[in-house]
Design a protein around this ligand. Sequence first.
Ligand code: GLN
Length: 246
Amino acid sequence: MYSLNILHLYPDILNLYADRGNILALQYCAQKIDVSINIKYLFIGDEFPADIDLILIGGGQDQDQEHVSLDLIRHGSKIKSLVLENLPVLAVCGGYQLFGKSYQLSKKKILEGIGIFDCVSIAEPNLNHERFIGEILINAQNNLGSIIGFENHSARTYLGAQVEPFGHIVKGFGNNGVDSTEGAIFHNAIGTYLHGPILPRNIKLTYFLLNCAIKRKFGSFVELPSENDVIVDNAYNYGVNYILSK
Ligand code: GLN
């Protein structure tokens, strides 16, 4: 039986809109494909644990991001080396911004990110701009197709040349509301504005992350369940249709 170690960064601080549900979805899907998973947590001040196969980080308010940003920088080069070895990552909203190069909170205050994604985020609160809130539907990379979620952020994120968008907007705002991009993908690291939580709502993305971790660790993919997961599929289809009807 395959076994994976999942590391959840700062679960006590970055857990907006039930991002912890992403862990539950990973547990649910892992069970279906006979993979055992062991969840580890990293809190402020902790050493980075060994033998990690997948990393999750959730969203948070600006002040929560300020709270964790310096601690995260301690682990930046370790995380970067794992990502370059194709370790899968899911970084949501506030976590996504901190996995970029920087998050500018105001004219005077810039939080340094760990630069996994070649992108910058800017809050620009003084411009009094609209907050991006609502259901979102994107067409995602890696044959993942339609991915649904809920976004709520004031920052705008701008991608550089060294990163691809995770997807393109069908409905919603995404990175900046202008260039129709959503999130970022670099190797198997995905940054996204999609809460929801995203994984229970998009089970194919959950299996994608698990399979990236299994491929990296054991050299082969596992077969996905052949039978339909009726409740999960109905919830996903309802979500897609609901967003398209708006
Ligand atoms: N504080 C960030 C913003 O508003 C992230 C919010 C979030 O994680 N939902 O842009």
